[in-house]
Write a protein that binds this ligand. Structure first.
Ligand SMILES: C[S@@+](CC[C@H](N)C(=O)[O-])C[C@H]1O[C@@H](n2cnc3c(N)ncnc32)[C@H](O)[C@@H]1O
Length: 369
């Protein structure tokens, strides 16, 4: 296993551009993974960067994010053992779609908001062809790579602003980032090999889901380690505001309204972890539902609500907890990651118990009581 574990590290995770993605913190997080882990759940997986590390370490990896576009990356790179997109598949994706009139959502919703008409039409046509690929694994690779291509093309890599086309016409910006004016098809063709090359088999049956984590946890069994990286409440928590377009494209919503200048879908999915009024209650539920999972690692940020001390108190009802901190050198990585803010990891282990001598010889007592 040891040899294979190193082999898996030859595979490279395609670099994400996702607020709060942990790809730059992986060596640091890895240090706190306990020994003897076999099965892991990543319950708020986002770009799947941490789930990918778990897969590389040879663990059975159960990954989840309540947004389906993230789940598609999970299917493509975590669940998938060997399937890749071939040249024949590309012909299918780029062919002129037969059912064009059913696929005009991007053109009708996002022309002149994020894309020129021609690009929006290309995306609709590509989307119409995805279901023609022979299985959900191939479809997931197509989704993962085309969605990433869209974040490449749009300034700042998210869809929470209306400056995309302004910037795409600004010579100074173009000089710094040529992707702003490159056709999405060309970006996709450049990125696809990175996704294909990241597919490998770690000899486990890994699974990807798109559920609310509070609904996922009751369905998983025999998990040794849970990794929680929820939105950082009060500090860039609005994932559906930033990435609505990718979810709209993946789901191809027919039953939503598109609101505001950015054409965000409405109604949104309910997170429970992004609003001050819900977040404490949601964490209480999350921890209760995770009681059977011995080890937890929880990523956090010193600018989130609740604050570090209050959050530590909340966790310590269930686990012995140690707070690890990593200070950002610069403002990379989003989600409150400005210089001086800290990436926090709560390292949570089962509470230590010890024997009490005397009358209660066989009683195990919690040290903290
Ligand atoms: C901080 S990001 C995770 C980043 C991830 N660790 C990475 O490396 O890319 C938080 C994620 O939680 C997801 N999310 C928010 N509420 C959720 C919920 N109730 N259940 C599952 N996922 C949720 C968001 O869609 C977002 O992708």
């Amino acid at each position: 296993m040891l040899f294979e574990e190193y082999t898996y590290f030859n595979y490279q995770f395609p670099e994400p551009q996702y607020l709060g993605a942990k790809h730059t913190h992986l060596p640091w997080i890895k240090k706190f993974i306990p020994d003897n882990v076999k099965t892991v759940v990543d319950a708020f997986a986002g770009s799947q960067s941490v789930a990918f590390l778990f897969k590389q370490m040879g663990y059975k990896t159960i990954t989840n994010d309540f947004l389906n576009f993230n789940n598609q990356i999970g299917i493509a790179l975590i669940e998938n053992k060997a399937t890749k997109l071939t040249h024949e598949d590309l012909k299918i994706l780029f062919q002129s779609a037969k059912n064009k009139s059913d696929f005009e959502l991007m053109e009708n919703t996002f022309t002149k908001v994020f894309f020129e008409k021609e690009e929006a039409r290309f995306l609709d046509n590509f989307r119409a062809n995805i279901p023609l690929l022979e299985n959900p694994l191939k479809q997931a690779i197509a989704f993962a790579a085309i969605n990433r291509s869209m974040t490449r093309k749009i300034t700042m890599g998210h869809f929470g602003h209306t400056q995309a086309l302004v910037y795409a016409n600004d010579p100074e910006r173009i000089k710094r980032n040529r992707s702003l004016i490159r056709p999405i098809k060309e970006i996709f063709e450049e990125l696809l090999p990175k996704y294909n090359n990241a597919v490998f088999d770690n000899k486990q049956d890994n699974q990807s889901f798109h559920k609310n984590s509070l609904e996922l946890l009751p369905t998983v069994e025999n998990v040794d380690l849970a990794y929680f990286d929820p939105p950082y409440c009060d500090s860039h928590a609005d994932y559906q505001g930033f990435y609505h377009l990718l979810e709209t494209y993946t789901e191809y919503w027919k039953d939503k309204e598109f609101v505001n200048g950015i054409k965000r879908y409405e109604p949104q999915r309910i997170s429970g972890f992004d609003k001050k009024r819900d977040v404490i209650n949601s964490f209480e539920k999350l921890f209760k539902l995770s009681e059977e999972i011995p080890n937890w690692l929880i990523s956090y940020n010193n600018r989130s609500y609740p604050g570090i001390e209050e959050f530590e108190k909340l966790i310590s009802k269930y686990r012995d907890v140690k707070v690890e901190a990593k200070t950002y050198q610069n403002g990379r990585g989003g989600k409150g990651s400005v210089a001086g803010s800290q990436e926090i990891l709560f390292v949570c282990k089962p509470k230590k118990k010890h024997f009490v001598p005397g009358n209660h010889q066989h009683e195990l007592v919690d040290e903290r009581l």
